[in-house]
Write a protein that binds this ligand. Structure first.
Ligand SMILES: Nc1ncnc2c1ncn2[C@@H]1O[C@H](COP(=O)(O)OP(=O)(O)OP(=O)(O)O)[C@@H](O)[C@H]1O
Ligand SMILES: [Mg+2]
Length: 365
Protein backbone atom coordinates (compact mmCIF):
# COMPACT_ATOMS: atom_id res chain seq x y z
CA UNK A 1 0.00 0.00 0.00
CA UNK A 2 1.20 3.48 -0.83
CA UNK A 3 2.12 5.84 1.95
CA UNK A 4 -0.33 8.58 2.71
CA UNK A 5 0.00 12.30 3.25
CA UNK A 6 -3.01 14.08 4.71
CA UNK A 7 -3.98 17.67 3.93
CA UNK A 8 -4.72 19.29 7.27
CA UNK A 9 -5.74 22.78 8.38
CA UNK A 10 -8.50 25.06 9.66
CA UNK A 11 -11.78 25.20 7.73
CA UNK A 12 -11.85 27.17 4.48
CA UNK A 13 -8.10 27.61 4.09
CA UNK A 14 -7.92 25.94 0.68
CA UNK A 15 -7.39 22.26 1.46
CA UNK A 16 -9.94 20.86 -0.98
CA UNK A 17 -8.84 23.35 -3.61
CA UNK A 18 -5.37 21.88 -3.28
CA UNK A 19 -6.67 18.32 -3.37
CA UNK A 20 -8.69 19.05 -6.51
CA UNK A 21 -5.70 20.71 -8.11
CA UNK A 22 -3.59 17.61 -7.48
CA UNK A 23 -6.24 15.28 -8.83
CA UNK A 24 -7.14 17.31 -11.92
CA UNK A 25 -3.67 18.43 -12.85
CA UNK A 26 -2.48 14.86 -12.84
CA UNK A 27 -5.26 13.92 -15.21
CA UNK A 28 -4.51 16.74 -17.61
CA UNK A 29 -0.76 16.17 -17.65
CA UNK A 30 -1.07 12.51 -18.42
CA UNK A 31 2.56 12.27 -19.45
CA UNK A 32 3.74 13.84 -16.26
CA UNK A 33 1.96 11.84 -13.64
CA UNK A 34 -1.20 9.91 -13.04
CA UNK A 35 -3.79 10.27 -10.41
CA UNK A 36 -6.54 7.95 -9.51
CA UNK A 37 -9.29 8.71 -7.09
CA UNK A 38 -9.77 5.93 -4.60
CA UNK A 39 -12.36 7.70 -2.56
CA UNK A 40 -13.90 11.18 -2.91
CA UNK A 41 -11.10 12.45 -0.70
CA UNK A 42 -8.29 9.98 -1.27
CA UNK A 43 -6.19 9.96 -4.41
CA UNK A 44 -3.14 8.13 -5.62
CA UNK A 45 -0.52 10.22 -7.39
CA UNK A 46 2.77 9.44 -9.15
CA UNK A 47 6.00 10.78 -7.75
CA UNK A 48 8.14 12.36 -10.48
CA UNK A 49 11.67 10.83 -10.38
CA UNK A 50 14.41 11.69 -12.88
CA UNK A 51 16.29 8.46 -12.17
CA UNK A 52 13.33 6.37 -13.29
CA UNK A 53 13.22 8.27 -16.56
CA UNK A 54 16.96 7.71 -17.03
CA UNK A 55 16.68 3.96 -16.40
CA UNK A 56 13.76 3.74 -18.81
CA UNK A 57 15.86 5.45 -21.46
CA UNK A 58 18.62 2.87 -20.99
CA UNK A 59 16.48 -0.25 -20.74
CA UNK A 60 13.64 0.70 -23.12
CA UNK A 61 11.08 -1.44 -21.30
CA UNK A 62 7.47 -2.09 -22.29
CA UNK A 63 6.23 -0.27 -19.26
CA UNK A 64 7.50 2.33 -16.80
CA UNK A 65 5.89 2.37 -13.39
CA UNK A 66 6.65 5.21 -11.00
CA UNK A 67 6.11 4.98 -7.32
CA UNK A 68 3.06 6.65 -5.85
CA UNK A 69 1.81 8.30 -2.74
CA UNK A 70 -1.72 8.79 -1.53
CA UNK A 71 -3.03 12.24 -0.79
CA UNK A 72 -5.96 12.53 1.60
CA UNK A 73 -8.21 15.58 1.89
CA UNK A 74 -9.10 15.80 5.56
CA UNK A 75 -11.96 18.02 6.74
CA UNK A 76 -11.10 21.24 8.59
CA UNK A 77 -10.26 21.05 12.27
CA UNK A 78 -11.61 23.66 14.66
CA UNK A 79 -10.65 24.78 18.14
CA UNK A 80 -11.69 22.10 20.60
CA UNK A 81 -11.35 19.29 18.05
CA UNK A 82 -9.43 17.21 20.59
CA UNK A 83 -12.51 17.40 22.82
CA UNK A 84 -14.78 16.37 19.97
CA UNK A 85 -15.77 19.81 18.60
CA UNK A 86 -16.83 19.82 14.94
CA UNK A 87 -16.49 16.06 14.50
CA UNK A 88 -12.95 16.57 15.79
CA UNK A 89 -12.45 13.00 16.92
CA UNK A 90 -13.35 11.62 13.55
CA UNK A 91 -11.05 14.02 11.70
CA UNK A 92 -8.21 13.49 14.14
CA UNK A 93 -8.71 9.78 13.53
CA UNK A 94 -8.23 10.44 9.81
CA UNK A 95 -4.95 12.17 10.63
CA UNK A 96 -3.84 9.22 12.74
CA UNK A 97 -3.94 7.05 9.64
CA UNK A 98 -1.65 9.16 7.49
CA UNK A 99 2.14 9.00 7.43
CA UNK A 100 2.82 12.70 6.91
CA UNK A 101 0.99 15.99 7.16
CA UNK A 102 0.59 18.74 4.58
CA UNK A 103 -0.56 21.63 6.72
CA UNK A 104 -2.32 24.29 4.63
CA UNK A 105 -2.30 27.78 6.08
CA UNK A 106 -4.34 30.67 4.81
CA UNK A 107 -2.06 33.51 3.75
CA UNK A 108 -4.53 35.42 1.58
CA UNK A 109 -7.06 38.11 2.40
CA UNK A 110 -10.56 37.84 0.97
CA UNK A 111 -13.60 39.08 2.82
CA UNK A 112 -15.86 36.75 0.89
CA UNK A 113 -14.19 33.68 2.26
CA UNK A 114 -15.42 33.04 5.74
CA UNK A 115 -13.12 32.62 8.64
CA UNK A 116 -13.84 31.96 12.31
CA UNK A 117 -10.61 33.34 13.64
CA UNK A 118 -10.71 37.09 12.95
CA UNK A 119 -7.96 38.84 10.99
CA UNK A 120 -5.64 36.66 8.93
CA UNK A 121 -2.91 35.29 11.17
CA UNK A 122 -0.94 32.30 9.96
CA UNK A 123 0.98 31.94 13.21
CA UNK A 124 -2.05 31.65 15.46
CA UNK A 125 -3.83 29.49 12.85
CA UNK A 126 -0.93 27.07 12.94
CA UNK A 127 -0.96 27.08 16.71
CA UNK A 128 -4.65 26.24 16.88
CA UNK A 129 -4.09 23.11 14.83
CA UNK A 130 -0.86 22.21 16.65
CA UNK A 131 -2.58 22.59 20.01
CA UNK A 132 -5.42 20.25 19.09
CA UNK A 133 -2.99 17.60 17.86
CA UNK A 134 -0.82 18.02 20.95
CA UNK A 135 -3.79 17.72 23.30
CA UNK A 136 -4.86 14.53 21.60
CA UNK A 137 -1.33 13.14 21.92
CA UNK A 138 -1.22 14.15 25.57
CA UNK A 139 -4.35 12.08 26.11
CA UNK A 140 -2.72 9.04 24.46
CA UNK A 141 0.52 9.45 26.40
CA UNK A 142 -1.22 9.86 29.75
CA UNK A 143 -3.38 6.81 29.14
CA UNK A 144 -0.32 4.69 28.52
CA UNK A 145 1.52 6.22 31.46
CA UNK A 146 -1.14 5.13 33.90
CA UNK A 147 -0.78 1.57 32.64
CA UNK A 148 3.01 1.67 32.66
CA UNK A 149 3.38 3.23 36.11
CA UNK A 150 2.29 0.07 37.92
CA UNK A 151 4.54 -2.19 35.87
CA UNK A 152 7.48 0.17 36.27
CA UNK A 153 7.73 -0.69 39.96
CA UNK A 154 8.87 -4.21 39.21
CA UNK A 155 9.84 -4.24 35.56
CA UNK A 156 13.01 -2.32 34.58
CA UNK A 157 11.96 -2.22 30.95
CA UNK A 158 8.68 -0.59 31.86
CA UNK A 159 10.63 1.89 33.94
CA UNK A 160 12.61 2.99 30.91
CA UNK A 161 9.38 3.28 28.93
CA UNK A 162 7.83 5.36 31.62
CA UNK A 163 10.72 7.80 31.50
CA UNK A 164 10.25 8.23 27.77
CA UNK A 165 6.53 8.78 28.25
CA UNK A 166 7.22 11.35 30.94
CA UNK A 167 9.51 13.23 28.58
CA UNK A 168 6.80 13.22 25.92
CA UNK A 169 4.23 14.47 28.40
CA UNK A 170 6.42 17.34 29.62
CA UNK A 171 7.20 18.32 26.04
CA UNK A 172 3.55 18.30 24.95
CA UNK A 173 2.57 20.30 28.00
CA UNK A 174 4.96 23.01 26.84
CA UNK A 175 2.99 23.25 23.61
CA UNK A 176 5.57 21.42 21.53
CA UNK A 177 5.19 18.61 19.05
CA UNK A 178 6.81 15.20 19.56
CA UNK A 179 8.62 15.41 16.22
CA UNK A 180 10.79 18.11 17.80
CA UNK A 181 11.70 15.98 20.81
CA UNK A 182 14.36 13.93 19.04
CA UNK A 183 13.07 10.48 19.96
CA UNK A 184 15.75 7.97 18.99
CA UNK A 185 15.25 4.71 17.14
CA UNK A 186 15.92 2.82 20.36
CA UNK A 187 13.28 4.82 22.20
CA UNK A 188 10.62 4.49 19.50
CA UNK A 189 9.16 1.15 20.65
CA UNK A 190 7.99 2.86 23.86
CA UNK A 191 5.59 5.07 21.94
CA UNK A 192 5.16 3.37 18.57
CA UNK A 193 1.85 1.80 19.59
CA UNK A 194 0.38 5.24 20.31
CA UNK A 195 0.53 6.42 16.67
CA UNK A 196 1.08 9.95 17.89
CA UNK A 197 -0.18 12.74 15.67
CA UNK A 198 2.58 15.24 16.34
CA UNK A 199 5.39 12.83 15.56
CA UNK A 200 4.37 12.73 11.91
CA UNK A 201 6.59 14.76 9.60
CA UNK A 202 5.01 17.97 8.37
CA UNK A 203 5.38 20.54 5.64
CA UNK A 204 3.48 23.78 5.32
CA UNK A 205 1.66 25.21 2.35
CA UNK A 206 1.38 28.99 2.58
CA UNK A 207 -1.70 29.54 0.44
CA UNK A 208 -1.10 33.08 -0.79
CA UNK A 209 -2.89 35.57 -3.06
CA UNK A 210 -2.17 35.81 -6.76
CA UNK A 211 0.22 38.74 -6.50
CA UNK A 212 2.45 36.90 -4.01
CA UNK A 213 2.81 33.56 -5.75
CA UNK A 214 6.50 34.01 -6.49
CA UNK A 215 7.58 36.32 -3.73
CA UNK A 216 5.41 35.36 -0.78
CA UNK A 217 3.79 38.04 1.35
CA UNK A 218 3.89 39.29 4.92
CA UNK A 219 1.76 36.34 6.04
CA UNK A 220 4.00 33.70 4.50
CA UNK A 221 6.98 35.52 6.02
CA UNK A 222 5.36 35.33 9.46
CA UNK A 223 4.78 31.64 8.94
CA UNK A 224 8.35 30.99 7.82
CA UNK A 225 9.69 32.83 10.82
CA UNK A 226 7.51 30.84 13.21
CA UNK A 227 8.51 27.42 11.85
CA UNK A 228 12.24 28.20 11.65
CA UNK A 229 13.11 25.97 14.61
CA UNK A 230 11.19 23.05 13.18
CA UNK A 231 13.31 23.01 10.03
CA UNK A 232 10.11 22.31 8.18
CA UNK A 233 9.63 23.31 4.57
CA UNK A 234 7.17 26.09 3.70
CA UNK A 235 5.87 25.92 0.14
CA UNK A 236 4.46 29.18 -1.12
CA UNK A 237 1.71 28.65 -3.65
CA UNK A 238 -1.71 29.81 -4.70
CA UNK A 239 -4.05 26.88 -4.48
CA UNK A 240 -6.72 28.58 -6.59
CA UNK A 241 -4.30 29.20 -9.46
CA UNK A 242 -3.07 25.61 -9.21
CA UNK A 243 -6.68 24.45 -9.45
CA UNK A 244 -7.29 26.72 -12.44
CA UNK A 245 -4.27 25.33 -14.25
CA UNK A 246 -5.47 21.87 -13.46
CA UNK A 247 -8.97 22.58 -14.81
CA UNK A 248 -7.62 23.28 -18.28
CA UNK A 249 -7.99 20.35 -20.60
CA UNK A 250 -5.61 21.57 -23.24
CA UNK A 251 -1.89 21.44 -22.34
CA UNK A 252 -1.20 24.41 -24.66
CA UNK A 253 -3.69 26.53 -22.71
CA UNK A 254 -2.02 25.42 -19.53
CA UNK A 255 1.36 26.39 -20.88
CA UNK A 256 0.12 29.83 -21.94
CA UNK A 257 -1.56 30.38 -18.61
CA UNK A 258 1.56 29.42 -16.70
CA UNK A 259 3.71 31.67 -18.90
CA UNK A 260 1.37 34.53 -18.20
CA UNK A 261 1.98 33.99 -14.51
CA UNK A 262 5.70 33.44 -15.00
CA UNK A 263 5.57 29.81 -13.89
CA UNK A 264 7.84 27.07 -15.25
CA UNK A 265 5.83 24.23 -13.84
CA UNK A 266 2.86 23.89 -11.53
CA UNK A 267 3.85 24.43 -7.90
CA UNK A 268 2.14 21.11 -7.28
CA UNK A 269 5.07 19.19 -8.72
CA UNK A 270 7.26 20.68 -6.04
CA UNK A 271 4.71 19.83 -3.41
CA UNK A 272 4.59 16.17 -4.46
CA UNK A 273 8.36 15.84 -4.56
CA UNK A 274 8.72 17.49 -1.16
CA UNK A 275 6.01 15.30 0.31
CA UNK A 276 7.81 12.19 -0.87
CA UNK A 277 11.01 13.38 0.77
CA UNK A 278 9.09 14.22 3.88
CA UNK A 279 7.98 10.63 4.16
CA UNK A 280 11.72 9.76 4.42
CA UNK A 281 11.18 7.24 1.76
CA UNK A 282 13.79 5.61 -0.32
CA UNK A 283 13.39 4.23 -3.76
CA UNK A 284 14.89 1.15 -5.26
CA UNK A 285 14.34 0.07 -8.81
CA UNK A 286 13.72 -3.08 -10.75
CA UNK A 287 14.81 -2.82 -14.35
CA UNK A 288 13.74 -5.50 -16.77
CA UNK A 289 12.65 -5.38 -20.40
CA UNK A 290 9.05 -5.88 -19.34
CA UNK A 291 9.05 -3.18 -16.77
CA UNK A 292 11.23 -0.52 -15.20
CA UNK A 293 9.74 0.30 -11.89
CA UNK A 294 10.33 2.37 -8.77
CA UNK A 295 9.55 0.81 -5.40
CA UNK A 296 9.20 2.60 -2.14
CA UNK A 297 10.89 1.49 1.07
CA UNK A 298 12.00 3.09 4.31
CA UNK A 299 15.52 3.93 5.29
CA UNK A 300 17.20 1.02 7.05
CA UNK A 301 15.27 -1.77 5.38
CA UNK A 302 17.16 -4.96 4.64
CA UNK A 303 16.88 -6.82 1.35
CA UNK A 304 14.13 -9.32 2.35
CA UNK A 305 11.88 -6.58 3.69
CA UNK A 306 12.47 -4.51 0.59
CA UNK A 307 11.54 -7.57 -1.48
CA UNK A 308 8.26 -7.89 0.38
CA UNK A 309 7.07 -4.68 -1.25
CA UNK A 310 6.94 -6.55 -4.54
CA UNK A 311 5.39 -9.69 -3.09
CA UNK A 312 5.28 -11.26 0.36
CA UNK A 313 6.58 -14.50 -1.21
CA UNK A 314 9.75 -12.65 -2.16
CA UNK A 315 10.41 -12.09 1.52
CA UNK A 316 9.34 -15.54 2.71
CA UNK A 317 11.41 -17.38 0.16
CA UNK A 318 14.25 -14.87 -0.05
CA UNK A 319 17.53 -16.41 -1.14
CA UNK A 320 19.67 -13.51 -2.29
CA UNK A 321 19.60 -10.25 -4.15
CA UNK A 322 21.59 -9.07 -7.12
CA UNK A 323 22.33 -5.41 -6.67
CA UNK A 324 23.67 -2.68 -8.93
CA UNK A 325 24.20 0.86 -7.67
CA UNK A 326 22.31 3.48 -9.66
CA UNK A 327 25.43 5.36 -10.76
CA UNK A 328 27.08 2.16 -11.94
CA UNK A 329 24.01 1.20 -13.95
CA UNK A 330 23.99 4.60 -15.63
CA UNK A 331 27.76 4.55 -16.22
CA UNK A 332 27.87 1.06 -17.78
CA UNK A 333 24.44 1.25 -19.35
CA UNK A 334 23.03 -2.20 -18.68
CA UNK A 335 22.82 -5.08 -16.27
CA UNK A 336 24.98 -7.23 -18.52
CA UNK A 337 27.70 -4.59 -18.74
CA UNK A 338 27.67 -4.15 -14.96
CA UNK A 339 27.95 -7.91 -14.49
CA UNK A 340 30.94 -8.00 -16.78
CA UNK A 341 32.88 -5.34 -14.90
CA UNK A 342 31.98 -6.77 -11.52
CA UNK A 343 29.53 -4.05 -10.57
CA UNK A 344 26.75 -6.54 -9.93
CA UNK A 345 26.93 -7.65 -6.33
CA UNK A 346 25.32 -10.66 -4.71
CA UNK A 347 23.88 -9.68 -1.36
CA UNK A 348 22.21 -11.69 1.41
CA UNK A 349 19.55 -11.27 4.05
CA UNK A 350 21.47 -8.65 6.00
CA UNK A 351 22.01 -6.26 3.12
CA UNK A 352 20.80 -2.72 3.80
CA UNK A 353 19.17 -1.50 0.64
CA UNK A 354 20.45 1.88 -0.55
CA UNK A 355 18.49 4.61 -2.24
CA UNK A 356 18.68 4.12 -5.99
CA UNK A 357 19.80 0.47 -5.94
CA UNK A 358 18.72 -1.61 -8.88
CA UNK A 359 17.62 -4.92 -7.41
CA UNK A 360 16.90 -8.38 -8.66
CA UNK A 361 15.62 -10.86 -6.08
CA UNK A 362 16.17 -14.62 -6.12
CA UNK A 363 13.60 -16.48 -4.11
CA UNK A 364 12.10 -19.88 -3.61
CA UNK A 365 8.57 -20.69 -2.48
N1 LIG B 1 -5.14 31.35 -2.64
C1 LIG B 1 -6.45 31.59 -2.63
N2 LIG B 1 -6.91 32.83 -2.88
C2 LIG B 1 -8.22 33.10 -2.88
N3 LIG B 1 -9.18 32.20 -2.62
C3 LIG B 1 -8.79 30.94 -2.36
C4 LIG B 1 -7.41 30.57 -2.35
N4 LIG B 1 -7.32 29.24 -2.08
C5 LIG B 1 -8.59 28.81 -1.89
N5 LIG B 1 -9.48 29.82 -2.07
C6 LIG B 1 -10.95 29.77 -1.93
O1 LIG B 1 -11.24 29.52 -0.56
C7 LIG B 1 -12.48 28.81 -0.43
C8 LIG B 1 -12.30 27.63 0.50
O2 LIG B 1 -11.47 26.68 -0.12
P1 LIG B 1 -11.56 25.11 0.17
O3 LIG B 1 -12.92 24.61 -0.03
O4 LIG B 1 -10.49 24.49 -0.60
O5 LIG B 1 -11.23 25.09 1.72
P2 LIG B 1 -11.08 23.84 2.70
O6 LIG B 1 -9.86 24.10 3.47
O7 LIG B 1 -11.17 22.58 1.94
O8 LIG B 1 -12.34 24.02 3.63
P3 LIG B 1 -13.06 22.90 4.56
O9 LIG B 1 -12.24 22.80 5.80
O10 LIG B 1 -14.38 23.52 4.84
O11 LIG B 1 -13.13 21.64 3.80
C9 LIG B 1 -12.87 28.43 -1.82
O12 LIG B 1 -13.85 29.36 -2.28
C10 LIG B 1 -11.58 28.60 -2.63
O13 LIG B 1 -11.84 28.91 -3.97
MG1 LIG C 1 -12.48 20.92 2.17
Amino acid sequence: MALQAGIVGLPNVGKSTLFNAVSKSAKAQASNYRFCTIDPNVGLVDVPDERLAKLAELVQPNRVVPTQIEIVDIAGLVRGASKGEGLGNKFLGNIREVDAIIHVIRCFEDENILRDEGAINPVSDKEIIDTELQLKDLESVEKKMSRTEKMAKTDPKAKVELEILQRCKAHLEQGKSIRELGITKEEMPAIADLFLLTIKPVLYVANVDEASMHTGNKFSEMLKESVKNEQAEVIIMNNSIEAQIAEMENPDDQQLFMEEYGMKEPALNRLIRSTYKLLTLQTYFTAGVQEVRAWTIHEGWKAPQAASVIHTDFEKGFIKAEVIAYNDFVQYGSEAACREVGKLRIEGKEYLVKDGDIMHFRFNV
